[in-house]
Design a protein around this ligand. Sequence first.
Ligand SMILES: [Mg+2]
Length: 175
Amino acid sequence: MNWSAAARRIKAIILDIDGVMTDGMVGFGPEGNIKFFNARDGHAIKMALREGLLVGALSGRDDPVNRRRADELGLSFCYTGEKDKLAAFQRLLAEHHLQPDECLYVGDDVVDIPIFRRVGVAVAVSDAVPEAQAHAHVVTAAGGGRGAVREIIVRVLTEQGRWAKALARYVETGE
Ligand SMILES: [Mg+2]
């Protein structure tokens, strides 16, 4: 894969949840599950949305906290409880009028491999299982729930020439 050319084509960033937006741990509390999401990943997602990219989640696990996090971030889509992730990905393409090569997908486990094999850019987090890493185009330096999402968003926006613009609202003095 030519990273530069592939990254410039990306219109949608699709994130697995467990092990990508989180570190993969799921706490079982008396009133439901507890997961820890990374606030810096969350802010990068908001910046990418502001720059016009679609950013959303695709998870096999049916869990109300997934949708809660998606709502909080204003994700473009949230497919959750999708036992057949590939079928959900194909539905996503149709519903959002996307071509596979316009999608970047971030995953961490073997269930993500069928999607890795179809998207323009397949990204495994640094602590993804080796089988998933072997099918990815890119492996992040950061782990799931530890900045991997932010890292890949910065890389894509930089390659698309949008990162400086995304940052401008924070660094401009207004003077
Ligand atoms: Mg996962």
